[in-house]
Ligand binder design. Sequence first.
Ligand code: ASP
Length: 324
Amino acid sequence: MRQLVICFAILLMSSLLWAQPKVKYAMVIHGGAGVMDQKSMTPELQEEYIAVLNRVLFVGDSVLANGGTCMDAVEKSIVIMEDSPLFNAGKGAVFTHEGIVELDASVMDGKSLKAGAIAAVRDIKNPVRVARAVMEKSEHVMLSGLGASQFAKEKGFIPVDNAYFYTKKRFQSLQELLKEEREATVNDKHGTVGCVALDMSGNIAAGTSTGGMTNKKYGRIGDSPIIGAGTYANNETGGFSCTGHGEFYIRLGFSRDISALMEYKKLSVAEACREEIRKLTQLGGTGGVIGLDKMGNIAMEFNTSGMFRGFVKSNGDKQVAIFK
Ligand code: ASP
């Protein structure tokens, strides 16, 4: 009898241990995927990118190590990249055909499956913050354009003039495309930002923020603010944030499909992300995705020559990379 009780106790303990995440917390980030060759990117520029990515990981790590929530880590991390002119989000966003900046962003909470998003906003300095406010302080999931701006004002966000988003580099990119009379592809730019975090309570959150595609027209909205396309989180599977040619991601239901592959086919996070990138390639799309699961396993997959990316875990594992 005693042996039986001991056996049962061991079994119970091992199943409890098995249910615990392998790491206490983890976070993965991206700063966009695209064509990046070592020649066009000077060592100085590479260092600038690496420095910001490291700062983001440092801040996210501090939030999570101090028991902060995954949503706080996601918001704080994305805000740093939105404030940097290096990335196609917030300050460094690309220009539309009309020479203005229109921003998209979203967040999702993997515990409640609540989500918030804003699209095509012109006067919001940190779109990820307003996306979170939509999730937490409205009964809606997505607000767009003037309505989103009005909501932001009512919630105390101070609007900025569209001129705040001007950067010479992005303006020149638009001029080049206008001269060539062509639409942008993901080969022309990179820099959408995203973050997925797992906190010590085992919750997962994901967020994405972007200026979209240079030379976009007609109020075009990409995948980044669309839940299930550019962003998805579910504690039962994982969290995901995408970057790439948004139209393909929308058509594939990209990030929700990754979650489904994990849920129904029992693929690992890396396998599911790889499979979805394979589908993207097959359709003719380009880009990348970051993801993590409830154990803190990380995936960073892309079919371009590079993706700004990095991750950090509670066990000290850390990586920052740009090229393949
Ligand atoms: N996915 C973004 C969009 O299509 C762009 C990007 O990630 O580069 O709006």
